[in-house]
Design a protein around this ligand. Structure first.
Ligand code: PA5
Length: 423
């Protein structure tokens, strides 16, 4: 399903890691490693709460009946996964009755003001998502949205248009939602934000977009079976995890995630959060960066080709694009583009990819890991995220840090609260 090609990356010492990988695998299965309270994602594609999932589907159907705009209010793991899924599966300009917009992920006033202006004459429903229930960006946007809804629909009307996705028992948002009587969905205790896209956090917005969430879970389940293998030679997720560490050992300090489809830009953002927050701690970790080619060949391409040799690339390639077109001939050929006439646009994209691979690897001496996925379907999305969850846990455990906490993100909050005079 997902293929890993290491031929452009010189990871010859890969088999040497087999013993260490089997040991870490056992610690994941037996929940004996650090952060083992947060391994709920591991068998989630089989063990997910079926009642909660039925509620997600019911709410999604109601929202699709009622709303013209569905506002997803959350940050980090509370929005990146659903946005990545929706764009990957449906493309950037989908034909859809409900528009989905994202807020609660920024303090940028122009963004928030323009969003409120954009939705003011539409039928709106809101999903506020926060596991902790105290995230300031999300709480600030949610207060504005609540007041917006109350002005538009009255206090009672507003209540029926809000769904809160949060912790089962604790937190400010949980108390708030119970008091106001909002419909609530639950984030499992043992699944952290960046591992939560297959829970209600991701599935409600994805279902509202009209995507088949059963297929996503089916893909994820297959991946969880495929990558539940302690043998490194048979586990592609573990091979990718180890290759990252090998390349780091060869002096690379950054991993550039490369996509060739615009609709994968948010998958790259999601991937950056997954790996950045999971491994960037205790002064360790690869810097996760991303580019979308060929667009960024006209910006970052120069650095990758000729700049400092600090990085390797990880390509995520799609065998069959969601859509394609045949490039037309033109009788006048004033633009001298007739040499491409009759070719499919995807063929051009794939040749650009091959040419770039040769340029970066052969000429630029940049190692490339190549991941190939058959398509951008819902099934493939589910498979892909579970692949990266497993790979991330293994890779970060190999580094010797806890993949599931994020102590570093508290520092800015502490300073910001002091500066804002929060008691
Ligand atoms: O992965 C994580 O845990 C974080 O990125 C969180 O998802 C993010 O900080 C949002 O947190 P919360 O859902 O508590 O508002």
């Amino acid at each position: 399903m997902i293929k890993l090609d290491t031929n452009y990356a010189h990871c010859d010492t890969l088999p040497d890691y087999a013993g260490k990988v089997a040991e870490i695998h056992a610690s994941i299965i037996n929940k004996t490693g650090v952060g083992n309270d947060f391994l709920g994602w591991y068998d989630w594609p089989s063990s997910y709460d079926k009642e909660e999932y039925a509620l997600v589907k019911k709410l999604a159907a109601e929202i699709r009946q009622t709303a013209e705009v569905f506002v997803v209010c959350g940050i980090g793991g509370s929005y990146l996964g659903s946005r990545a899924a929706i764009e990957m599966i449906q493309g950037i300009y989908p034909k859809r009755d409900v528009e989905i917009v994202f807020v609660g992920n920024t303090f940028s006033a122009p963004y928030v003001v323009q969003l409120l202006e954009k939705i003011k004459d539409k039928e709106v429903m809101v999903n506020v998502i926060s596991k902790s229930g105290t995230t300031t960006e999300t709480a600030m946007a949610f207060r504005l949205l609540k007041q917006f809804l109350e002005t538009k629909y009255g206090k009672e009307g507003a209540k029926s248009r809000i769904i809160a996705t949060t912790d089962k028992n604790r937190g400010t948002l949980k108390e708030f939602a119970d008091k106001e009587g909002y419909a609530t969905l639950t984030i499992p205790d043992d699944i952290g934000g960046r591992f939560s896209v297959l829970t209600s956090v991701g599935l409600l917005p994805i279902a509202v977009a009209g995507i088949d969430t059963d297929e996503i879970l089916r893909g994820a389940k297959q991946a969880s079976l495929d990558f539940n293998n302690p043998e490194l030679s048979k586990n592609t997720a573990y091979q990718y995890a180890v290759c990252r560490r090998i390349l780091e050992g060869q002096g690379k300090s950054a991993e550039m995630f490369v996509t060739y489809e615009t609709q994968l830009t948010m998958v790259a953002e999601w991937w950056k959060q997954l790996f950045g927050e999971s491994e960037g701690k205790e002064g360790k970790g690869l810097l996760p960066a991303s580019v979308n080619f060929s667009t960024d060949l006209h910006s970052m391409g120069q650095f990758i080709q000729d700049g400092g040799k600090c990085l390797f690339e990880t390509l995520l390639l799609i065998e069959k694009p969601m859509l394609d077109l045949t490039f037309p001939s033109d009788p006048d050929d004033l633009d001298h583009m007739n040499y491409l006439a009759g070719k499919s646009m995807d063929e051009v994209n794939k040749k650009a990819c091959l040419g770039t691979l040769e340029a970066h690897h052969d000429t630029g001496n940049v190692p490339n890991l190549i991941l190939t996925l058959p398509d951008t379907s819902a099934y493939s999305f589910g498979y892909l995220v579970q692949f990266f969850f497993v790979a991330c846990a293994m890779s970060v455990y190999l580094l010797g840090v806890n993949p599931f906490n994020q102590p570093g993100v508290e520092v800015y909050k502490k300073n910001m609260f002091r500066l804002l005079g929060k008691k």
